[in-house]
Design a binder for this molecule. Structure first.
Ligand SMILES: [Ca+2]
Ligand SMILES: [Ca+2]
Length: 343
């Protein structure tokens, strides 16, 4: 019984050892932080490195990989063999092993279409007739390949580069000098894409003070290239191209929050929140207060048809479109009794 148990443990341990990679065998994908790149097809403008360590001599490396989009839809497009006209590259990989090692190199891209997620594979083998074409053991990291990319695009966040199964049955592996495929410790890599929001360079820090009926015009500007402007919340309007914001004060003693938004060509956004304080309705001489001076102007407007210096439209205080004695009553109540206007 003891012998059987020992045999079971031993066999279990043997199985476990055969499936767990030796800690000395590894493939490590680089992590890189990058801005966006927009290279032409086949330009190979950007690269990420793959490293190996290996316990034994290697006669084959099989490396099927999957690249996925970032959580903000960022993506990196391989500079793979494709119909790029004069810019067509021979391979998506630069092999960085010393000359003569693993000379038979191949890339497979039949599952690659440039839309996430994508699968591709690098494979390299030694020349069976040349012992020196095997990779000797490496206890420290050695550069295996650079994976070449044409574009780094889209929103921020990391794009994972992970190991995968390449149909029908290729998995990540080393083939050692004895001809056995052995599993490999794999460290996935990430391409982290830095987003560039369209920095708004003149977001007002103090409220705009606007008299009732007065029109505010303010041009927002941004760094980081052209932006499209919009109002996320609040009153007024903004020209989507020029960034000129306009608003005509229509609120009686209000403070209005306004949030405008700049969006760049990549969809990155930056907002600017500012306040507009609108002066009192009925302030017909635009001195910021309601007083008897305004009452005189109101009477002239309603009874004599003489418009106030700022705008005749400001005499209509009950919002019925005309100026009558009813507006005069509202103005007197507001000026001397502090009553609010109905609209
Ligand atoms: Ca006044
Ligand atoms: Ca009226």
């Amino acid at each position: 019984m003891k012998t059987l148990l020992a045999a079971l443990i031993l066999s279990g341990a043997t199985v476990t050892f055969s499936q767990t990679p030796d800690p000395r065998d590894s493939i490590i994908i680089e992590n890189r932080l990058t801005t966006r790149y927009y290279g032409m097809c086949g330009s190979a403008i950007w690269r990420i490195r793959v490293w190996i360590t290996n316990k034994d001599s290697l006669e084959n490396i099989t490396l099927p990989l999957e690249i996925r989009a970032s959580y903000q839809a960022g993506y990196a497009t391989l500079s793979r063999p494709a119909d790029c006209g004069p810019y067509t590259t021979a391979s998506a990989f630069s092999v960085l092993l010393p000359a003569g090692q693993l000379p038979f190199q191949d890339g497979r891209f039949e599952l690659y279409d440039g839309s996430p997620p994508d699968t591709f594979m690098f494979e390299a083998s030694s020349d069976p007739t040349q012992e020196a074409s095997k990779v000797p053991p490496n206890s420290t990291r050695r550069a295996l390949i650079d994976i070449k990319f044409d574009t780094i695009k889209g929103g921020g966040g990391p794009c994972p580069i992970d190991s995968t199964l390449f149909p029908p049955s290729s998995t990540i592996s080393f083939t050692n000098a004895a001809g056995y495929k052995v599993p490999v410790n794999f460290v996935e890599g990430y391409i982290s894409i830095i987003a560039h929001p369209p920095f708004i360079s003149n977001c007002p820090s103090n409220p705009f003070e606007l008299l009732y009926g007065q029109t505010l015009s303010y041009q927002f500007t941004s760094f980081e290239g052209p932006a499209t402007w919009s109002i996320f919340s609040g009153p007024g309007s903004i020209d989507p191209n020029s960034g000129v914001y306009t608003y005509t004060g229509q609120c009686h003693l209000c403070t209005l929050p306004v949030q405008i938004r700049a969006t760049n060509q990549f969809g990155d956004i930056q907002d600017c929140l500012f306040l507009i304080a609108v002066g009192p309705k009925g302030d017909l001489n635009w001195d910021g207060i309601l007083s008897s001076a305004d009452v005189v102007l109101m009477l002239n407007c309603a009874l004599l048809g003489i418009p106030p210096p700022v705008d005749a439209g400001l005499c209509d205080l009950n919002c019925d479109g005309v100026t009558t004695a009813a507006d005069v009553v509202l103005h007197l109540n507001a000026t001397y009794l502090g009553f609010p206007f109905p609209c």
